[in-house]
Write a protein that binds this ligand. Structure first.
Ligand SMILES: NC(=O)c1ccc[n+]([C@@H]2O[C@H](COP(=O)([O-])OP(=O)(O)OC[C@H]3O[C@@H](n4cnc5c(N)ncnc54)[C@H](OP(=O)(O)O)[C@@H]3O)[C@@H](O)[C@H]2O)c1
Length: 334
């Protein structure tokens, strides 16, 4: 079978290569053999490729990516949840089923199996049924970015109709959070560095927008002009947290997710003035993935795909996802 791989010691996604003579994996007891049909790229995949993810520098040749969706080709002995032909996706953490965070093996991180192959074996516990209303490309957008957005909006303070949700930038997590929040009846405030992308987020339902480049002090603007955010999907990190705290409505919650913006962290005592809270997010568990897929079916959400590349063009897909033209999810499809 074919798979895209990163070599041991990889220091960037330019080291990706297509291996075309790998042995077909065989499912053992409790395992599922999947033929992925589509994949999506997440920001963390660049950290994996450059040896800066949690496992550090890759110790062995590695099949990357956590996010893939496809068809079940075979199941091992004892598998009860899946059968041949089922449409499935991987779960980011294959053995975190429910409850509070359990740091375990993550797909495509150099320790767990990666999805960017024509055939993948996963433990039954690390597979979810796709949302019925999605095609493979759309379903491939959800395992990391979608579940993270879901966790941000429902894993702590549950988002209710009428709440105000602030999403930062127009990347994968933020656009999915926008779509989920709108379906939940929330009012969405979106930021971007690009006025053109802000037009696109308005078309997707954003109620208010701010350009964070031309308005670097966007936090007080969100607070004063739009009434403050009850939920912040904080994908920036230390470089944006101060503005997110300034944007917070009384009692609001910041879901601490990303590392896109570097900077000195703000004084956390600012949260005392709003009774605000900060909650760390590490993607989410299998139960959240299932809940998200049910919600997607219920509300007819179609994950936004900025651009799609062929499997053979995976290196170009990575370059696009890293570049200024990327919007929402970048997908690779057979
Ligand atoms: N903790 C977790 O479990 C978890 C899970 C998923 C993702 N993450 C993290 O969340 C972040 C987003 O991931 P992703 O996959 O959605 O990334 P992505 O799709 O690559 O997002 C790229 C977009 O981020 C926006 N951006 C960049 N710098 C920004 C800034 N200073 N302020 C606001 N927006 C900024 C830009 O939007 P514009 O072009 O519109 O400006 C850019 O197009 C990453 O840091 C990732 O590592 C963490």
């Amino acid at each position: 079978m074919r798979a895209w791989m990163l070599p041991a010691g990889s220091d960037g996604f330019d080291k990706l290569y297509l291996a075309d003579d790998l042995p077909d994996p065989v499912p053992g007891p409790g395992e599922v053999l999947i033929a992925p049909k589509a994949w999506s790229i997440n920001y963390r995949d660049f950290a994996v490729a450059s040896g800066r993810y949690f496992g550090g520098v890759l110790q062995k040749p590695t099949i990357p990516l956590s996010d893939g969706a496809g068809e079940v080709l075979a199941v091992g002995a004892g598998v009860t949840k899946f059968k041949v032909g089922d449409r499935v996706a991987g779960a980011f953490f294959t053995d975190w089923q429910d409850g509070p965070p359990k740091m375990s093996m993550a797909l495509g991180d150099g320790m767990g199996p990666g999805m960017l192959a024509e055939k993948v074996v996963l433990p039954e516990t690390g597979v979810v049924h796709m949302a019925k209303s999605l095609d493979y490309a759309q379903a491939a957008c959800l395992p990391c970015a979608g579940v993270t957005a879901w966790n941000a909006l429902f894993g702590g303070h549950e988002t209710k109709a009428g709440d105000k949700v602030l999403v930062l930038g127009s990347g994968g997590v933020s656009i999915l959070a926008l779509q989920i929040a709108k379906a939940a009846g929330a009012e969405v405030i979106a930021t971007s560095s690009s006025d053109d992308k802000l037009k696109d987020v308005v078309a997707l339902g954003a109620d208010h927008t701010v350009n964070y480049k031309t308005t670097p002090e966007w936090g007080p603007v969100v607070k004063q002009e739009f009434g403050g955010a009850d939920h912040v999907v904080e994908v920036g990190g230390t470089g944006t947290l101060g503005q997110s705290m300034a944007a917070l409505a009384p009692g609001g919650e910041i879901a601490m997710i990303g590392v896109l913006a570097q900077g000195d962290p703000p004084d956390p005592r600012g949260l005392m003035m709003t009774g605000g809270s900060l909650r760390g997010i590490f993607v989410g568990n299998v139960a959240m993935a299932d809940a998200l897929n049910a919600f997607v079916d219920q509300h007819g959400i179609k994950p936004v795909i900025g651009k799609t590349f062929a499997f053979e063009e995976t290196d170009k897909a990575y370059a696009h996802a890293r570049g200024p033209e990327s919007f929402a999810k970048t997908v690779i499809a057979l």
